[in-house]
Design a protein around this ligand. Sequence first.
Ligand code: SAH
Length: 225
Amino acid sequence: MTRGQDDMMRRGIGMTSQRTRERLIQRLYEEGICNAKVLEVIRRTPRHLFVDEALAHRAYEDTALPIGHNQTISQPYMVARMSELLLEAGPLDKVMEIGTGSGYQTAVLSQLVERVFSVERIKVLQDRAKERLVELNLRNVVFRWGDGWEGWPALAPYNGIIVTAVATDVPQALLDQLAPGGRLVIPVGSGEVQQLMLIIREEHGFSRRVLGSVRFVPLLNGPLA
Ligand code: SAH
């Protein structure tokens, strides 16, 4: 038994949870997620460890859930879809994530790419996410407490960048920090009007694909203690 499973049993969620986990994977597949690796990683990542114990019984529903500080853990479908878009052209080495939040998307990514660089503006969320990843023995992630609008220039360029909060415009710093051929997956807009975008750094300039309506919490300004 893995530590995650062990923990699940201790919390008395047991086999019901295993069944609901399988149902979630089936649902993601039916909704069009076809990257087998992504589905497998979501199957084995214990999402209930990324939410409050009081919400653990809802962890395998395909829905965003509150994680405090007016933030939410992303919906599994969105985590799967964004991961799939990042990986569409092949394996990735360095990926930067903006908006660590609970660390769930971070945990999924860390099992799909070589290294993850994750930026979060709320220190307490970051600390909690760090602990969870250590607990799950996911060690290829480094964290930065800072402002995602600025990215993480010291370690650039990145082959992939994923933003898990909606930006009013595509941050210039993130475009600047993309490696040649690098892929940026980002929700853009505000309020009810948000589109998921895939931006690729081509030989000359950037290509953009609009992938449909989404719903995210806003990308805010500056770090917060
Ligand atoms: N992927 C996360 C989603 C968390 S919600 C999860 O599944 O848990 C979005 C996160 O983006 C929040 O934690 C929020 O604090 C963070 N965020 C918002 N604006 C930010 C900014 N400018 N820089 C870094 N993180 C930011």
